[in-house]
Design a protein around this ligand. Structure first.
Ligand code: JHZ
Length: 368
């Protein structure tokens, strides 16, 4: 796995990626609703969309790309708003349908947008969260969005933000599914090609630092100051220059050295280390740092479909949460660091029994 940066599109992206069909299928392992915090985040997201005043009074229509188990669209379905979820991973799409979220299992593209418009009309809002950065054919998707939206419609999506990744050296956001890491610069460039404009940006705390982008047909809405402020900030930290990412790669190497030293030292004292959260992100950490069962005994995860399996590449066993409770390690490395607040709140007993947390973002350390 390797990344490249283009100074024209200002996009940081994977050079190669598995095909979407290899990643998004009927055994997709990530269910968005496993986090209580994310459930609250998406009901708040939906509330904000409802209050923005962009939905038509008559028969509004909201489309969400990659709706997963319906964590966001549920909030529209519950108040009787016409909606459509588009989710290629069939198992999670079935869960969404079971919650009354009308979902089709397809990959979104320009042609699908045309088909939806011909059957259901144009949409008032197009939503996506942690989805757009997964799609290699992003230009085709942007073109589909421009076809799908009404003249007054808006696209609102959020993804892990490149600025946070660079600032926190959270290189674990780079993995097979994350073909892009977006910035305001790259999003503005992408949508201008479709006659659309970035009109607002809102920083989010989720997933270790995300950005919500609001896009509309050019001229439909004024561009908010937030956009220019963020573009200026990105220039000042160099998110539009390749030199920034050369420096970033050195920070990533340094982080790897420190993590291996820390884990090796702990292990040499005869202590047990387990991973907490078999995240996609941890796949990058484990493989890039070469961390296997010599250092980490097992990884605890609450997702049933992951349990009894092994981490990709390094083959560390994934155990159910009960196992962590029954056999707590001396140290737990927080692979789901983006859920730290939620996890720390429920794991007080682990600390009280002498357990300690290891984190690797924004710096490698044992938490005091
Ligand atoms: P989490 C996935 O990435 C994949 P991951 C995807 N590509 C993406 O973009 C983001 O999500 C949105 C478990 N867990 O959210 C559940 C516990 O065991 O960091 C999950 O397997 N106990 C779509 O995998 C994992 O950790 C807990 O208390 O990097 C968290 O995965 C909690 C809160 C989670 O995303």
């Amino acid at each position: 796995m390797a990344v490249g940066f283009c100074e024209t599109s200002m996009m940081l992206q994977l050079i190669e990626q598995p095909s979407p069909e290899q990643m998004f299928h009927e055994q997709y392992a990530f269910y968005s609703s496993t986090s209580q915090h994310m459930q609250r985040h998406f009901s708040e997201f939906a509330r904000q969309v409802l209050e923005m005043g962009v939905l038509s009074k008559e028969n509004p229509f909201v489309v969400e790309l990659g709706c997963n188990d319906g964590i966001m669209l549920r909030n529209f379905a519950n108040v009787g708003i016409r909606h459509l979820g588009i989710e290629p991973s069939r198992n999670v799409a079935e869960v969404a349908n079971s919650y009354g979220v009308r979902t089709i299992s397809e990959f979104f593209c320009h042609q699908l947008a045309i088909d939806i418009v011909s059957k259901e009309g144009k949409a008032d809002a197009f939503l996506a969260a942690n989805v757009m950065c997964h799609i290699p054919s992003i230009v085709d998707v942007a073109s589909g969005i421009s076809k799908l939206l009404k003249p007054t419609g808006v696209a609102i999506f959020e993804d892990p933000y490149l600025g946070d990744v660079v600032e926190k050296t959270s290189y674990d956001q780079i993995y097979d599914e994350h073909v892009f890491l977006f910035s305001a610069h790259s999003i503005q460039h992408l949508f201008r090609q479709q006659g659309m404009e970035l009109v607002d940006v809102q920083a989010q705390k989720t997933h270790g630092g995300s950005m919500r982008y609001v896009i509309a047909h050019a001229g439909a809405y004024p561009v908010k100051d937030s956009v220019n402020r963020l573009l200026e900030k990105e220039k000042s930290i160099g998110l539009n220059r390749v030199a920034t990412f050369r420096k970033f790669s050195q920070q990533v190497e340094q982080s790897r050295t420190e993590l291996i030293q820390l884990l090796t030292g702990i292990k040499a004292e005869g202590k047990r280390i387990a991973g907490y959260g078999a995240t996609s992100k941890s796949t990058t950490i484990l493989n890039y740092c070469g961390i296997g069962t010599d250092l980490i005994d097992y990884i605890s995860d609450t997702t049933p479909i992951k349990q009894g399996k092994f981490s990709p590449g390094m083959h560390i066993p994934i155990k159910p949460y009960d196992f962590f409770m029954a056999s707590p390690p001396d140290y737990a490395i927080l692979f789901a660091w983006n859920h730290a607040e939620e996890i720390m709140a429920k794991e007080r007993a682990f600390i009280e029994k002498g357990g300690r947390w290891i984190v690797h973002v924004p710096e490698v350390r044992v938490l005091e």
